[in-house]
Design a protein around this ligand. Structure first.
Ligand code: LLP
Length: 431
């Protein structure tokens, strides 16, 4: 199977985290997001253990909340001792309202408004990851007005193409994030930040992309970052004490995807970093990364009920579900691949279908050309695997469909973390 939390009972019934998917769908309704809490915790512990082994006690993985942001996630992160990367007042509020400590939040974003800056300062967010010079000036003004000395990391763009989907690659020179090293602008950015009285420059940040499998990408990033750290010490006499390499490790959506050995990759990054730092005669900074997908993706599964089967002889066949691009826009946006399973398969004969949603749009396809039992019929349950990252968090109300609930699976039990949206919730905004 794709991941060891997906199994089948003797009669073929699909199990997720050991629980019967049909029974879960009966109890909680569909479309339904399931999240295997035990898996999330395992993934957190894998990161913490790997960081500790390679970098010592003070190294910290930050959970990138953009992958899946709701209160229960932040409670889990607090319990597992992870920091948090947040990109909006909404993510910050979600974390704080779950009791997550503000000082462990790293505040991201390339377009922070004056209100955003004030909001985060007033809530005592531990660190700003400053994306650009305009933000730096705004932060200095707001921090000065409050008599604060705000810790920051400066986001720079190392100029690395991670060979992943264009829309999610962020490290190349001409992307909209951070300040590029190659053009000399990053050095000026650091110089400006060091000259600001109410800003405490702790370190550097970079993020080269998401769904990265190419082992070399992080190693080349380390080379570039250490090169820049050495240049800064040479030119400005300043030594950074934190280094954040962003997120990006890939996960398995289908059996064709490789199995990423993240602890081994982190050990390689550590070895390379230590070598390059020693060559440059620089001390080891506190090491941070911001994994999102690799913490939650394989903890997720989405379950649908089949609404109709449409066969167009000589062309193709569709399985039309009660969900779609509103709960999973990733195929529409990125052509993303998924593994699709029937929750209670019957008959030996299989057929090829496009798994579609019920939005008024022909592009509303969850996954094309999947193999399912030929006898698949209205009322059957279909599961899409590995939907824990960027599915709930990217869901929409297109066509005024309501967003599915998030049900957590823990130790053989299930409980609600986010209730199903009702049409009253959506209508509450209309005057
Ligand atoms: N740090 C920064 C600054 C980021 O921009 C991201 C992801 C992460 C960390 C977490 O990266 P991860 O470990 O999850 O790869 N919606 C797209 C993914 C967008 C990624 C955005 N940034 C998708 O569904 O594939």
């Amino acid at each position: 199977m794709l991941c060891d939390n997906i199994t089948r009972a003797a009669d073929g019934a699909l199990l997720f985290a050991g629980q019967d998917v049909n029974a879960l769908a009966d109890r909680w309704g569909t479309p339904l997001y399931l999240m295997d809490e035990d898996r999330i915790r395992l993934n957190c512990r894998m990161y913490r253990g790997a960081f500790r082994a390679s970098f010592g006690e003070d190294a910290l993985p930050l959970y990138a909340g953009k992958a899946a942001s709701f209160r229960q996630m932040y409670r889990i992160m607090a319990e597992e001792g992870l920091g948090v990367d947040a990109v909006s007042p909404g993510e910050i509020s979600t974390a704080l309202s779950a009791g997550y400590p503000a000082e462990n939040i790293y505040f991201h974003g390339d377009g922070k408004t004056e209100a955003d800056v004030a909001f985060a300062l007033d809530r005592g967010v531990g660190c700003f990851i400053v994306d650009n010079g305009d933000e730096l000036i705004s932060l200095q003004e707001h921090a000065a007005a409050r008599g604060l000395h705000q810790k920051v990391l400066l986001r720079i763009t190392p100029g690395i193409d991670p060979h992943t989907y264009h829309a999610i690659s962020t490290g190349a020179v001409d992307v909209k994030f951070g300040v590029p090293v190659e053009t000399g602008q990053a050095m000026e950015f650091v110089r400006a930040a060091l000259g600001m009285k109410n800003i405490e420059v702790a370190g550097l940040h970079c993020h080269v992309g998401s769904m990265v499998f190419d082992e070399d990408v992080f190693l080349r990033t380390v080379d570039l970052m250490v090169g820049f750290m050495a240049d800064v010490r040479g030119e400005l006499g300043f030594v950074f004490r934190e280094l954040n390499l962003g997120g990006g490790y890939g996960v398995r959506y289908t059996d064709d995807d490789p199995m990423a050995d993240i602890p081994a990759r982190i050990a390689e990054v550590a070895a390379r970093l230590k070598t390059r730092l020693a060559e440059a005669d620089l001390p080891l900074p506190r090491f941070l990364m911001e994994p999102g997908r690799s913490i939650v993706a394989d903890a997720g599964m989405t379950v649908y009920t089949v609404c109709s089967i449409k066969r167009i002889p000589g062309y193709k066949s569709y399985v039309i579900t009660d969900g779609g691009m509103t709960d999973n826009p990733r195929y529409c946006l990125y052509g993303a691949a998924y593994t699709v399973l029937h929750a209670a398969p019957r008959g030996r004969l299989r057929a090829i279908f496009d798994l579609a949603g019920r939005c008024c749009e022909s592009g509303d396809i969850i996954q094309p050309a999947i193999s399912l039992p030929a006898a698949t019929a209205r009322g059957d349950r279909i599961a899409v695997c590995t939907t824990g990252a960027y599915n709930y968090s990217m869901a929409s109300n297109y066509n005024r469909f309501c967003r599915p609930p998030v049900v957590m699976l823990r130790g053989g039990e299930s409980y609600l973390a986010v209730r199903r949206e009702r049409i009253e919730d959506v209508l509450a905004l209309d005057l």
